[in-house]
Design a protein around this ligand. Structure first.
Ligand code: B12
Length: 208
């Protein structure tokens, strides 16, 4: 599927209204949600990150694009989250301590809801205590998102915290995380995107 140039540009420009309009238009034209996300909206966020790295833009521009992206997700979310499953299995997801990035986490949460899971969204800046609160509510899959190389090390602490409890599985993801990192900290699973996140949760719940 080709990139929807106008949508891509609207996310880059941080034009919320245009993003919403173009997402609605694309859905009316039966363009699938996944191509919209993976060929247009996510690449636009990646491009913003690259411009930031080259000091061509600064935090406010990244933030404005992020808000436009979130505006698009408010339309796509409810469609993606429709599910038929009757007795949902519970998972908890949060962005780790000191990290405020939440678009990827939100997307993973939406896709999991769509796959029939009950998702406890712990938000951003999640400490171990917050994950523990979810465990107290009966969750046994903890999902950690990290977007900064400085915060991903907190994932190691979360994994170590649950090391002695075989019933709790920790799944990790986010831009600076890969399978090698996940293996090195002893995580139970890794997903490079929201689709893989759902697959790994399905694999783990199938064996529980
Ligand atoms: C938008 C953005 C922001 C926004 C965030 C708004 C928000 N509400 O999220 C704002 C402006 C606040 C921001 C702030 C900062 N940011 Co920023 N930001 C980005 C940007 C451009 C896009 C991130 C994004 O939303 N991508 C789109 C989503 C859909 O992708 P994703 O998050 O990777 O998620 C996917 C997968 O990773 C995976 N996934 C994600 N989580 C999980 C979890 C699990 C369990 C699984 C299985 C999978 C999974 O599935 C998702 C869907 O496919 C990135 C660039 C980039 N390439 O990532 C920089 C980037 C992450 N930011 C960066 C930096 C440096 C910062 C700041 C430190 C800047 C500053 N000087 O203040 C601050 C830090 C604030 C903090 N304490 O968190 C750097 C990080 C560099 C590094 N190596 O650590 C990046 C890479 C930009 C760059 N190239 O330099 N940022």
């Amino acid at each position: 599927m080709a990139r929807q140039e106008k949508l891509y540009q609207a996310v880059i420009d941080g034009n919320r209204e245009n993003v919403k309009k173009l997402v609605k238009q694309s859905l009316d034209q039966n363009i699938g949600i996944e191509p919209l996300l993976y060929d247009s909206m996510i690449p636009a966020m990646r491009e913003m990150g690259e411009r930031f790295s080259r000091s061509e833009i600064f935090v406010p521009q990244m933030l404005i694009s992020a808000r436009a992206m979130q505006a698009g997700l408010t339309i796509l979310g409810p469609i993606l989250a429709q599910s038929e499953r009757e007795a949902p299995l519970k998972v908890a997801i949060g962005t780790v301590k000191d990290d405020l990035h939440d678009i990827g986490k939100n997307l993973v949460a939406i896709m999991l809801k769509g796959a029939g899971y009950e998702v406890i969204d712990l938000g951003t800046n999640c400490s171990i205590e917050k994950y523990d609160e979810a465990v107290e509510q009966g969750v046994n899959i903890i999902m950690c998102s990290a977007l900064l190389t400085t915060t991903r090390d907190y994932i190691k602490k979360v994994v170590e915290h649950y090391n002695d409890n075989n019933a709790i599985k920790v799944i990790v993801g986010g831009a600076p995380i890969d399978q090698k990192f996940a293996d090195s900290v002893g995580a139970d699973g890794y997903g490079k995107d929201a689709n893989e996140a759902v697959k790994i949760v399905e694999q783990i719940t199938a064996t529980q």
